[in-house]
Design a protein. Sequence first.
Length: 213
Amino acid sequence: MKKLLLLKSVAIAAISIFSSLNTSAQTEGKPERVLDNVIKFNPISLAVGTANVQFEHAFKDRYSWQLGVAYMFDYKDKEDRIYDNGLLITPEFRIRLFDKMGDGDRPIQGFYAAPFARWIGAKTRKDVTRFTSDNKPYIFTEKYNLTQVQIGCTGGYELLFGRFVVDGFVGPYVNAYSRYKKLEDNSTGRKLDGSPFAKTIGLRAGLSLGFAF
């Protein structure tokens, strides 16, 4: 009886060892997974009222495309103008600048240049203090519906720690197209004159965190 139990134990141990070795051999024989897809988000943008998510796919050793979608729920610019229900869509094409930084199983890693276009659709509002003809102050809200297309180019560096991704970038853009609909203010019904979006040059910068697969 004891011999039978011993034989069973040895057989089970042998089968377990063989199975483990076989699995290890199969794993070693397979090539390492190429990390050519990344899902990223921008944590800094949340602090200024914008949720931003991007998906990137590398289709060659030096090239990738990325699509970013952002939603502005309470974004305030430098002129205290608040953006409500704003949608941003940003496609871009990325070119790795050095072959040795973007090859093998990590084609997305390295320095890159990225021409991009960005479409923006948003509602904006801003409280403004003005004075009546008899010098009495009153507050009304400027309201605009904004449609804008921006074109630019960023430079950045994308770094992988295992599957964890850090992507930092900065670059200029121009407002290639702006269309705004002036809405009436909430106190006098007067139409507003002039565009608050006259600036045609800006700077796009960000830091995204993500997961490669």
